[in-house]
Design a protein around this ligand. Sequence first.
Ligand code: XLS
Ligand code: CA
Ligand code: CA
Length: 439
Amino acid sequence: MTKYFKDIPVISYEGKDSKNPLAFKYYNPKEKLGSQTMEEHLRFSMSYWHTLTGAGTDPFGAGTMIREWDHFADPMDKAKARVEAAFELLKKLNIPFFCFHDRDIAPEGSTLRQTNKNLDIIVEYIKQFMNDTDIQLLWGTANAFGHPRYVHGAATSCNADVFAYVAAQVKKAIEITYELGGKNYVFWGGREGYETLLNTNMKLELDNFARFLQMAVDYAKEIGFKGQFLIEPKPKEPTKHQYDFDVATVFGFLKKYELDSYFKMNIEANHATLAGHTFQHELHTARMYGILGSVDANQGDPLLGWDTDQFPTNIYDTTLAMYEILKNDGLHQGGLNFDAKVRRGSFEPIDLVYSYIAGMDAFARGLKVAYKLLEDKTIENFIDKRYQSYTEGIGKSIVEGKVGFKELEEYALQNDQIINVSGRQEMLEGILNQYILEV
Ligand code: XLS
Ligand code: CA
Ligand code: CA
């Protein structure tokens, strides 16, 4: 049934020569690359918050979005209309997954008990739509940052009552994710961080955060939830120092508290750049540690220092991201979730459609280029050759742990005329451009 996107057809693949703005130029879901189709490689997902509830407000002005599904006075009627709009758009765009925060799908009531009841009603409603389609839940999460009770953080709040409250909220969020067959559950440390050490016991806050995550692990086990737990790093915003700064920081934290076997990472492009890394760096680091779980596909603006959550259209970045993902042997139960919003000036519902088409095409194109790069082993062969000195002679002995400082000194005393080879960065950048332009 078409209601909120009446004039929008089902979007199909027309190929790169199409001039139809309401068609995919590169995303051809059934096209095979190796043993998998594009659809299986990419596992696209819609973010409920930006797409259905985002109003287009900014610190200087009111919302601008024209959203017919928000024209209901009763918050539960509005919540139901949003479900209808979500599934209509998911079907028209042929997107197989969606993600939500608990508070995106159902309004808070005057008590926690009432809030949970609201959730139960909407979860039942969503279930009906899921049963009628093949659309699945990629992940659920809890919004433990919006309400004023989380002013000092949630699981890292100085107030134990807040810790108890967020435990109850996340317990319920895991339950509804389980109920809807969610493939993963995400923890993003909304306000888990601090503003100043003049009022902060960082050690206690981090210990408490670890206790909280352990409780979540225990509870998931107890109820039989098999979804993957994911942590989503972000260096700043809303707090000045977020505890889940980047992949390396989170990995160190998980190791210290012996939680590393239970969590993987949900890597967001815009959070990577906020941390002073490239998107590829974060994906590569996670892949290296075996903890690349899922991706929030978006991009920031290099000229702005905040989380702009734009739709990803930079082919260079999507290519290098897909390169890492393919080298990871895919995202397994994760996916590419468009945690992205239309600009405030793009306020018509059709702009949502154009945005998803642009993002999906950018990743489809990136996938094709990355696949060819890997098939030809262009970069891999270069890197292998660059480190060849570790496959023979003294390098081999170093790697195999057969030598120490004394043996190396002996070697260096006889070989102090060192010859280095060029890193050929510009040549490689040229080759990459050639692939992007010609594949
Ligand atoms: C905010 C985060 C958030 C998480 C889920 O910056 O991206 O939306 O993805 O809580
Ligand atoms: Ca995100
Ligand atoms: Ca973000």
